[in-house]
Design a protein around this ligand. Structure first.
Ligand code: ATP
Ligand code: MG
Length: 408
């Protein structure tokens, strides 16, 4: 198969590095996906050139990263990540006493670079110029057998980096591979290791897990491997084991997968609104038994739930603010009389909140009239006269204007 045709830009990066006298291969997920007949969105290249040397070959490359120092090369609109061969950790100062890797910038050989990768199917190197594949770990055969196998001793490799537990679940969902028993068996028991991973990194993983087009299968995989509880500690405990298909969460993930398929935008704000709705709704119900209004109750419950969740997955404020608004508008939706209708329609997150209401209504028939009301309410009425009395900001004319600070 003339593989270059699927990745002309990555091939060009490899060719130029080779011409400059370096060894270079396409590597990792991109090779795996190409061999599975999928065209990867971005490409990883591994080379024996250091980032500084890569920068000489590609003067416009950006050198990035702390834990992993990389060169980002953009060619023909495609991002190619160029990383220098790395070795497994040798120095104990780079490893936490728990076995966790802290730093990862020890240059190594091609073979060492294969060994430090996570799964065998992620450790294949392809020279797109010659078509050769270098396989040091049996990844090619595992890929043919749809077998997900950690390189080396599974317990050690999971302890070095517990995110590999999540990656296992993600690849099961994304690629339809099955973990080798030695790779799959320890996952549930080791799940608590994820508590020591920085919350910002876990947020990134959550997005990869749920916003890349196979969210429902991912939820199933997380449940199956007992990983949901540690990522979403506020969900009812009964949720570990088997994915519940008739829930808002399930419907939201299905909807998100569909949007990814159609290449529509998806946002962590909506995702977390759905992931956390169950605990928010339960807490809000309790507060309403007291003397809070539905809006006050939802605000309080939303604040609490987000506050607890960010300890595990640090949701950036620009997303969590929108998540809160989506929830709060659910309370405002119950006000279906008079001027308030217009003020709800004008909420900046109306659309997302309305989509959320439709998902709720899918699960709960008693919400059908409310959903219908808001479907109708949107249809075309011009803004009523009393709006013009309010001072309004002039409409933006240019679509290209930068958003106001703090408006993202
Ligand atoms: P995808 O892009 O579909 O998420 P991927 O395998 O390309 O999958 P990346 O996170 O892009 O995943 O990582 C690229 C490669 O880097 C992997 O294929 C693997 O070889 C290596 N890698 C990534 N994360 C780890 C890790 N936690 N431990 C060891 N190797 C890793
Ligand atoms: Mg990748």
């Amino acid at each position: 198969m003339p593989v270059q045709q699927f990745c002309p830009n990555a091939t060009e990066v490899v060719r130029r590095l080779q011409q400059a006298g370096y060894e270079a291969y396409i590597v990792g997920g991109s090779v795996r996906d190409l061999l599975l007949g999928k065209v990867p969105k971005d490409f990883d290249v591994a080379t024996d050139a250091t980032p500084e040397e890569v920068k000489v070959v590609f003067p416009r490359a950006h050198l990035i990263g702390r834990r992993f120092r990389l060169a980002h090369v953009r060619l023909g609109g495609v991002l190619v990540e160029v990383a220098t061969f790395r070795a497994e950790q040798a120095k104990s100062s780079d490893t936490h006493e728990s076995g966790r890797i802290l730093r990862d910038n020890v240059w190594g050989t091609l073979e060492e670079d294969a060994a430090r990768r996570d799964f065998t199917i992620n450790a294949l190197f392809m020279d797109p110029v010659s078509g050769d594949i270098r396989d040091f770990t049996g990844g090619y055969e595992d890929l043919s057998n749809r077998c997900l196998r950690l390189i080396g001793d599974p317990l050690t490799r999971y302890r070095e980096d517990a995110v590999r537990l999540l990656r296992a679940a993600r690849f099961v969902a994304k690629l339809g591979v099955e973990p080798h028993p030695d790779t799959g068996a320890p996952i549930a028991e080791l799940a608590p290791l994820l508590e020591d991973i920085p919350p910002a990194r876990l947020f990134e993983e959550m997005c990869k897990l749920f916003l890349t087009g196979h969210g429902t299968r991912t939820l199933e995989a997380l449940q199956r491997f007992g990983l949901t509880r540690v990522m979403l500690p506020l969900l009812r405990a009964t949720q570990d084991g088997k994915a519940e298909t008739g829930t808002l969460l399930w419907a939201a993930l299905k909807n998100t997968d569909q949007r990814v398929e159609e290449e529509k935008s998806v946002t962590p704000a909506f995702l977390f609104a759905a992931l956390l709705w169950q605990p928010v709704e339960e807490r809000a119900a309790k507060y309403m038994e007291g003397d809070m209004t539905p809006l006050q109750a939802l605000e309080r419950a939303g604040d609490e739930v987000i506050g607890l969740q960010v300890r595990r997955t640090a949701i950036p404020r620009r997303f969590s603010a929108v998540t809160r608004q989506i929830w709060e508008i659910q309370a405002r939706f119950t006000r279906t009389r008079g001027k308030r209708v217009y003020s709800v329609l004008r909420q900046p997150r109306f659309r997302a909140a309305y989509d959320f209401l439709l998902l709720r209504a899918e699960q709960d028939e008693s919400l059908h009239p409310l959903a219908e009301f808001w479907t109708e309410a949107q249809k075309g009425q011009p803004a009523p006269a009393h709006h013009s009395r309010r001072k309004r900001r002039p409409r933006r004319r240019s679509r290209n204007r930068k958003p106001a600070a703090g408006n993202n």
